[in-house]
Ligand binder design. Structure first.
Ligand SMILES: [Zn+2]
Length: 344
């Protein structure tokens, strides 16, 4: 399962690498608009140790709750904490700083930075500045370093792989079925193994993730006046109601099951196998169930009541497409079942 937040953050970072390393028109435009020198030399959480920290745009060093940036300091190479620290670990005096910069320094700027820096150092670990290991220039930000030095793919891959959070949709389905043993890897992957039909893939993915445009969802989004079911007009139209709990749908599923029973084919249809396709028993019926769900959703969109004859017509169309596009031999269980329904 892809962690969307991590994915978005990684997309937001990778452009920096492209702009710094790239050679095309857009990257040169980017360089004109953004001063990457400042971008890469300021900010918070920039480096591991405090002496490597930038002085400017750093939320650890705020004066009156505001970020600081003094261009005349920056232009004279005073950019990091260590630029105003002596070897002995003390902060340079005003006179020493003026001598280093070879120009007068605003007394308030000097006192301000001295105060916030001292407070910060005490607040972090009570470690004296001279105890920090001083690195030599240039220093790369801990954020930007892996992006510039390595191909960032592996980094991003590991970031995504480490995500062990259980998606909300899985928790909700587990609650609905009162079952914690659902094989989610199979549930998510099944539709892509079973069919190349992109509409069916889209529909099943939306059902699993519970992000299909049912009246319940549309109502929450302010896009529908009512959250009641399009078919029965009685209950709230959630995903589970629309595809399984609604009486209209129950009748349709019973009619399908009866038509197969008449041909001596017994298929036990339960909610889990119908909604999620999580089964090995009636594995062959996955596409049939998808066709039923597709038909139900089409009826919902057109605001017509689903019924068996309508489903047969919809299935005949799909069968025609399957017969002309699938390479498999058309003699499997699935083909027998859907031909039976079409001809019943
Ligand atoms: Zn209903």
């Amino acid at each position: 399962m892809v962690d969307i937040n991590a994915f978005m953050k990684s997309l937001k970072l990778s452009w920096i690498r492209k702009v710094i390393q790239g050679q095309n028109k857009f990257t040169s435009l980017g360089r004109k608009l953004i001063d990457f020198n400042i971008l890469c030399n300021t900010g918070s959480l920039y480096a591991i140790s405090a002496v490597d920290m930038p002085l400017f745009f750093n939320n650890c060093l705020l004066i009156n709750n505001k970020y600081i940036f003094w261009k005349y300091w920056y232009d004279d190479g005073i950019r990091f904490v260590k630029d105003i620290i002596k070897d002995s670990g003390q902060i340079l005096s005003l006179q020493e700083l003026q001598a280093k910069m070879n120009k007068p320094v605003n007394f308030l700027h000097y006192e301000g930075i001295k105060k916030v820096l001292s407070t910060y150092i005490v607040s972090v670990q009570n470690v004296k500045l001279k105890d920090y290991k001083v690195h030599s220039y240039p220093i790369l930000s801990t954020y930007i370093k892996p992006i510039i030095l390595n191909s960032c793919n592996k980094l991003l891959y590991n970031m995504l792989k480490e995500n062990s959070e259980i998606p909300t949709c899985q928790t909700k389905w587990n609650e609905y079925f009162a079952d914690d043993s659902i094989q989610w890897k199979n549930v998510h992957g099944q539709v892509f193994k079973k069919t190349n039909n992109t509409y069916i893939q889209w529909l099943q993915t939306r059902i699993i993730h519970r992000i299909l445009g049912t009246n319940s969802l549309l109502f929450k989004m302010g896009l529908s006046d009512s959250k009641t079911c399009t078919f029965c007009k009685m209950s709230e139209e959630s995903i589970t109601h629309l595809f399984w709990d609604c009486n209209t749908v129950k009748i349709l599923i019973k009619d399908i099951s009866d038509s197969l029973k008449n041909a001596n084919i017994q298929i036990v249809i339960n909610s889990k196998m119908f909604l999620l396709g999580d089964t090995n028993v009636n594995d062959n019926c996955f596409i049939l169930f998808m066709e039923v769900k597709k038909y139900i959703f089409e009826c919902k969109r057109k605001e017509v009541i689903p019924h068996f004859q309508g489903f047969k017509a919809s299935l005949k169309l799909s069968l025609n497409i399957y017969e002309n596009t699938t390479n498999e031999s058309n003699k499997g269980f699935f083909w027998i079942v859907i031909r039976l329904i079409c001809n019943s």
